[in-house]
Design a protein around this ligand. Structure first.
Ligand SMILES: *Cc1c(COP(=O)(O)O)cnc(C)c1O
Length: 482
């Protein structure tokens, strides 16, 4: 098939615009030279060529609407289509962010209620909806922690982060000026309490704990962890990106966390990938409520207003009010499932992961042999030792069977990691099919390792040179070739 650039014909175009009724001016005469952009070499094609180009590309793509997509950590959660319908309502899409509050009552009510629902679900005092993603939520949370200690007049320079944490945690701590210090994991995949005790001193602002953590395990010693951190006046931060494992079963606020960021695009059903859009609301306990960003929607009588006057606020962290349409989808999801439905979604996510764990345990080595939460982590070390087949070979081979590979080589504390997260809506039959394929591949690894090194065998592109792609990226920004 020809590339769209090869189809280009000078002068061919997709739209015809009426002749201009003002004299044409050459750009170089009207705009100072240093502000002029280089000529962009866009393909000149007809509308039908553009439609075919993008439709063909979309057919080469893989998504949750095409097949099983067990990507761990990122949670390719099911996104009910009704969410999209709600987000498409003209009352929302036609709303201008600069419209005055009197004209925006419905949108403000939605945001106000979403904040209330999230506070109730997670057991927090209040939430901000501004942050645009999980990492941005972490940054917002850590900024509030910093301001909290500034107000107390305490100089705390470090923040503790377990070695299993998502890379964004140390990045957020460092961006706020903290020295990030790594806490070791113990043999059962939790926080090493002795190491934590050793590190938790009075110059430490707190601990950023992912729970369940990035190996899909609930922290068994949470009470002791809390006690160690709080006995030195530290703040417990919860990275709530994995909250989809326990909604309706426990509330981080009740457990003693003072801050939590959520990823609406993971836990509350917004499609994600390719960098957005996301939404990373941050919930706080009473202790930190004054530091929440502004503006905040407040309710006065029956009316909603914007409140800017909050002397201790860390200020604004996002243009306008956050990624608004992601909020609508989360709101719709919560309202349509209700309390019982949300709890059931989490229970099913955990059940599905444990089902896979049990079915595959004799064929792949479990990283931690205990009940997992919403995701299960295997290690491909058994295959490496037995036949020299690596996790990457297994993942590539899955493509031949029409399955999107799980997350691999993450978390980094598990060698040859294979991190499988089935979402809560997958049926037993789909899980059985997937496990059968995984077992078949384990057999192929023993019998025909050479073939697995070459997989995928049936895809339009075969084994790519990942190292060269990372070192010399050839990225095209004109849209369509990546
Ligand atoms: C995804 C994730 C993040 C980062 O969230 P983004 O929305 O991608 O910025 C942080 N922590 C954990 C545990 C995650 O899974």
């Amino acid at each position: 098939m020809k590339l769209i650039f090869e189809k280009s014909q000078p002068g061919r175009q997709a739209t015809t615009i009426p002749a201009s009724d003002v004299p044409a001016v050459q750009a170089s005469k009207a705009i100072p030279a240093h502000l002029l952009r280089d000529e962009v070499e866009l393909p000149e094609v007809a509308e039908v060529d553009i439609v075919r180009h993008y439709t063909n590309l979309s057919r080469r793509n893989f998504g949750v609407d095409l097949g099983f997509y067990p990507l761990g950590s990122c949670t390719m959660k099911y996104n009910p289509k009704v969410n999209e319908e709600a987000a498409k309502l003209p009352g929302f899409t036609q709303q201008h962010p600069y419209a005055p509050a009197e004209w925006s009552q419905g949108s403000m009510q939605m945001m106000y209620e979403l904040r209330q629902m999230l506070s109730e679900i997670l057991g927090m005092k209040d939430f901000t909806l501004q942050p645009a993603a999980g990492a941005h939520g972490e940054l917002t949370g850590v900024m509030m922690i910093k301001k909290y200690f500034d107000r107390l007049g305490q100089k705390r320079t470090k923040i503790l982060i377990p070695d299993a944490a998502h890379g964004t945690n140390p990045a957020s701590g460092a961006l706020c000026g903290f020295q990030t210090v790594e806490v070791r994991s113990n043999a059962e995949g939790g926080v090493d309490l002795d190491h934590l005790r050793e590190l938790m001193t009075e110059d430490v602002a707190g601990l950023m704990l992912t729970n369940p953590n990035t190996v899909g395990l609930f922290e068994r010693n949470l009470e002791q962890v809390m006690e160690i951190v709080k006995s030195k006046g530290g703040i417990m931060y919860c990275d709530g990106a994995n909250a989809n494992a326990y909604i309706g079963t426990n509330r981080p606020g009740d457990l003693g966390f003072d801050v939590i960021q959520l990823n609406l695009h993971k836990t509350f059903s917004t499609p994600h990938g390719c960098g957005g859009p996301g939404s990373g609301p941050v919930g706080v306990s009473e202790k930190l409520v004054d530091f929440l960003p502004v503006p905040r929607v407040v309710k006065k009588g029956d009316a909603y207003e914007w409140e800017y006057d909050a002397p201790d606020s860390i200020g604004r962290v996002k243009a306008f009010y956050g990624n608004f349409n992601v909020m609508i989808k989360a709101y719709t999801y919560i309202r349509s499932l209700g309390a019982a439905g949300l709890k059931r979604a989490s229970e099913n996510a955990v059940l599905n992961a444990n089902y896979i764990k049990e079915k595959l345990r004799d064929h792949y080595q479990l990283a931690f042999d205990r009940i997992c939460m919403h995701e299960v982590v295997f290690s491909g070390e058994k295959q490496v030792k037995e036949s020299g087949v690596h996790t990457a070979d297994i993942a590539k081979r899955l493509l031949d069977y029409g399955v999107h590979p799980p997350t691999i080589y993450f978390p980094m504390i598990v060698p040859e990691a294979i991190m499988i997260e089935p979402n809560e809506t997958e049926s037993k039959e789909t899980l059985d099919d997937f496990c059968e394929i995984m077992i078949k591949i384990a057999g192929e690894a023993k019998e025909n390792p050479e073939m697995l090194h070459k997989a995928p065998l049936t895809m339009p592109v075969k084994r790519l040179d990942g190292v060269q792609a990372a070192r010399q990226p050839d990225v095209c920004f004109s849209g369509g070739c990546c």
